[in-house]
Design a protein around this ligand. Structure first.
Ligand SMILES: Nc1ncnc2c1ncn2[C@@H]1O[C@H](COP(=O)(O)OP(=O)(O)OP(=O)(O)O)[C@@H](O)[C@H]1O
Ligand SMILES: [Mg+2]
Length: 256
């Protein structure tokens, strides 16, 4: 493994937990701080390209070709975005997950290439809401994992299940992987259930691991619809403020 590789995996097996919102907006924040960021969209829903306004035509090379084409090369698929310093490795929306094979090290190998390490300071991987070889490739390649969750009762159980998977990966495949934190999404301070679930998360995983959350803000959904990061769409919004604070916190945690 190359020392210089810095890979942040954003994961939760539960659908709609805010993975893509966190991936796109954190990628934009880190890019704005001057880091050369590669956002990899491992979810065949292809939402990262939508959120950044990158048009991907049918048949164009994608990250998913990694699983089927032995001659696939990561750098051939990298696309620029409208955001300075931010590149995208787009998804193939026609990819069938039963074609992802069993090799869990494909992404590790691709990201370890010198040319890739030299071109990007930080890689962020948005993952699908599934436990399959796509997610395992991401977790095997990761330096850190961030788990967004919506503070609902079902999410708590989902996070516990994911943590079991993470510990298995850490003990058997990727001892370098660190759980960076659990990120409450769509938080409403006046909703008692949100406070209760976040307190339960804190009891289970520790105060330091449960991060300051992203408040509920329609601007985040609107920004997505306008194919922009929230920092560009609505710089004074709660969403933009929360993502800026989160990026600053994660920068500190990733330096440890
Ligand atoms: N803090 C927030 N405030 C308001 N809406 C939000 C917030 N975070 C996410 N959303 C909205 O919630 C929905 C789900 O978010 P998102 O697509 O990021 O989840 P996901 O985990 O990537 O979903 P999937 O599992 O389908 O990939 C989106 O419509 C998004 O705009
Ligand atoms: Mg998503």
């Amino acid at each position: 493994m190359t020392e210089r590789r810095r890979v942040l995996v954003i994961s939760n097996r539960k659908g709609g937990a805010g993975k893509t919102t966190a991936s796109v907006n954190l990628a934009a924040e880190f890019a704005a701080s001057g880091q050369r960021v590669l956002l990899i969209d491992l979810d065949s829903q292809g939402h990262c390209a939508v959120g950044l306004g990158v048009k991907v035509n049918a048949g164009e090379v994608s990250v998913h070709d990694m699983f089927t084409d032995p001659n696939w090369s990561l750098l051939d698929c990298v696309r620029s975005t409208g955001v300075p310093n931010l590149s995208l490795l787009p998804a193939n929306t026609a990819f069938q997950h039963d074609r992802c094979g069993h090799d869990q090290q494909l992404l590790v190998r691709a990201l370890s290439q010198e040319a890739v390490c030299a071109r990007f300071d930080l890689v962020i991987i948005d993952t699908p809401p599934s436990l399959d070889n796509l997610l395992l490739n991401a977790l095997c390649a990761g330096t850190w994992v961030l788990v967004p969750y919506v503070p609902h009762p079902l999410s708590f159980e989902g996070v516990r299940q994911l943590v079991r998977v993470l510990f298995k990966i850490i003990s058997e495949q990727n001892p370098a992987l660190k759980i960076l934190g659990f990120l409450p999404m769509m938080v409403a301070g006046n909703v008692r259930q949100h406070r209760d679930i976040n307190a339960q998360m804190t009891r289970q995983f520790g105060t330091l691991r449960v991060l300051g959350g992203i408040r509920s803000d329609i601007k985040l959904a609107e920004a997505f619809g306008q194919a922009k990061a929230v920092r560009d769409y609505a710089p004074k919004s709660r969403g933009a403020e929360d993502f800026a604070a989160l990026a600053a916190l994660l920068t500190t945690l990733m330096e440890k």
